[in-house]
Design a protein around this ligand. Structure first.
Ligand code: FAD
Ligand code: NAI
Length: 463
């Protein structure tokens, strides 16, 4: 007889493992199928965590090389041992994935090791054994979008997974796609000495971000040595020995040119991953982009089958997947879980960081919403000066007339942490005035946020 659970979650990424923990906390008998050797999904193994480990190593290297002289500190020759940097990254990843194993044991969650595939609506098979459950949650995440003519080998032509594993600094790294992955991982290798060229199809980088922020972001990265080929597409990539020759063309048509690269990073987006699941056996429907179709409560078209995270519509972010995991587990236990999609922050972990929540100016214009802009530069903040981190600004958008906060966008030091306050404000339906009236500690970078909120009413104090 097939072993029965209350909930079987397929995939142990941030969506799946968090859903499992919350369901177990609420007294349900839970199993998680995961085919990877370690828990934590894309995020912990080959995504958020290893990329942040390399980002901090490369930032420290850059700081030791260029950021200390101003302080009167001199050091000897600054060198990087890539093998040690990679070993540290592996240790960080290992500690995190082991941590999830510990949490599974603590919450009495069964790990079904192997690939799960549906055999019927309430039944799956993992490693040759059958399991049934009242509720099955698909949390199988995403994969890297391929590009015709650019064959990934994870050695010379890599996705983010290969770009996290390089054993030496490439002479010339060409990134296809000016999005989050390309700019974060491009930053890692740029700081370590690579020449970096980003080929982007559109005429701007980071298309989802507020236009003004995106423009400043590109200027900042250009100052750091990034080169951009905007409005271009790659039509082919040919590897010969140690080199790749890319053919690129203007997106709107025109003469082709060639660029030589030591490493090519393909980062043009991610797609919903449902391969091997045998969705057909359960009759689960997907949309035109291959994402599992769900209603507002994560239910698919098949009763008892749900889906969360990167495999469904919405931003492909770990914290979005986690929130969905919690909301769904609570619903399965008879509670009323809910996610506010209007208040999901997103952060690019470059230096400086870029963070945003809520509407962009472009979105407000398109929706015909009247708004007020409050802006404040890091340059005018005392702590930012003391830190030597004066690049960037915070920008708050509030509704004209009501002053209700509609969106917030920050490029600057610690933007990823600073955005949390504005996310809370947005979630609570606050006005810019509410944020401006809150006492912020001095001297902190958080005063940039307060001043931007004051600026929405034309009364910033330090500019
Ligand atoms: P995933 O984390 O993809 O997990 C799905 C799991 O399901 C995988 O482990 C897979 O092996 C397993 N699986 C698939 N099919 C089966 C099957 N049939 N049977 C058993 N197991 C199966 N997001 C952020 O918010 N912040 C960041 O800083 C960030 N950095 C990133 C950096 C990189 C380089 C990448 C690639 C992504 C990054 N992301 C980041 C995105 C983030 O990783 C994803 O949004 C998040 O992992 C999605 O979680 P998930 O649970 O939906 O799926
Ligand atoms: P992305 O969607 O962020 O960016 C892809 C870029 O490639 C876009 O600018 C797009 O216009 C461009 N593009 C598309 N086709 C192209 C082509 N043929 N030639 C040239 N350019 C092309 O995707 P990315 O960077 O691959 O990241 C995937 C996902 O992972 C994102 O949705 C993101 O949410 C998530 N992620 C999040 C991180 C974070 O939160 N800090 C870090 C890394 C990834």
């Amino acid at each position: 007889m097939a072993e029965n659970f209350d909930v079987i979650v397929i995939g142990a990424g941030p969506g799946g493992y968090v859903c499992a923990i919350r369901a177990a906390q609420l007294g349900l008998k839970v199993a998680v199928a995961e085919k990877r050797e370690t828990l934590g999904g894309t995020c912990l193994n080959v995504g958020c965590i290893p990329s942040k480990a390399l980002l901090v190593s490369s930032e420290d290297f850059d700081h030791a090389k260029h950021g200390l002289q101003d302080h009167g500190i001199s050091v000897g020759e600054v060198k990087i041992d890539i093998a040690r940097m990679q070993a540290r990254k592996a240790e960080v990843v290992g500690a995190n994935t082991k941590g999830i194993e510990f949490l599974f044991k603590k919450n009495k969650i069964t790990w079904l090791k192997g690939e799960a595939k549906f055999t019927a609506p309430g039944a799956v098979e993992v490693a040759g054994k059958g399991y049934t459950a009242k509720h099955i949650v698909i949390a199988t995440g995403s994969g890297s979008v391929p590009l015709k003519g650019v064959e990934v080998d994870e050695k010379r032509i890599v996705t983010s997974t290969g770009a996290l594993e390089l054993d030496k600094v490439p002479g010339h790294l060409v990134v296809i796609g000016g999005g989050v992955i390309g700019l974060e991982l491009g930053s890692v290798w740029r700081r370590l000495g690579a020449e970096v060229t980003v080929v982007e199809f559109l005429d701007r980088i980071t298309p989802g971000l507020d236009g003004e922020i995106s423009k400043t972001f590109q200027q900042v990265l250009t100052k750091q040595g990034f080169q951009f080929k905007l409005g271009h597409k790659v039509t082919s990539a040919k590897t010969e020995g140690e080199q790749v020759t890319l053919t690129i063309e203007p997106a709107k048509g025109g003469a082709a040119e060639q660029i030589k690269a030591d490493i090519v990073l393909l980062a043009i987006g991610r797609y919903a991953y449902t391969e091997g699941l045998n969705l057909a056996a359960a009759g689960v429907e997907t949309d035109e982009r291959g994402r599992v179709k769900t209603d507002g409560h994560y239910a698919t078209n098949v009763p008892g089958i749900y889906a969360i995270g990167d495999v469904i519509a919405g931003p492909m972010l770990a914290h979005k997947a986690e929130e969905e995991g919690v909301a769904l587990a609570e619903r399965l236990a008879g509670q009323a879980g809910h996610v506010n999609y209007g208040a999901i922050p997103s952060v690019v972990y470059t230096s400086p960081e870029v963070a945003s929540v809520g509407a962009t100016e472009e979105e407000l214009k398109a929706a015909g919403v009247q708004y007020v802009v409050g802006k404040f530069p890091f340059m005018a903040n005392g702590r930012a000066r003391a830190l030597g981190a004066t690049e960037g600004f915070a920008k708050i958008l509030s509704e004209k007339g009501t002053d209700k906060l509609l969106g917030a966008h920050i490029i600057g030091a610690d933007a990823g942490t600073l955005i949390a306050e504005l996310t809370t404000a947005l979630e609570f339906g606050a006005s810019a005035e509410d944020v401006a009236r809150v006492c912020h500690a001095h001297p902190t970078l958080s005063e940039v946020v307060k001043e931007a909120a004051l600026a929405a009413d034309g009364r910033a104090l330090h500019i």
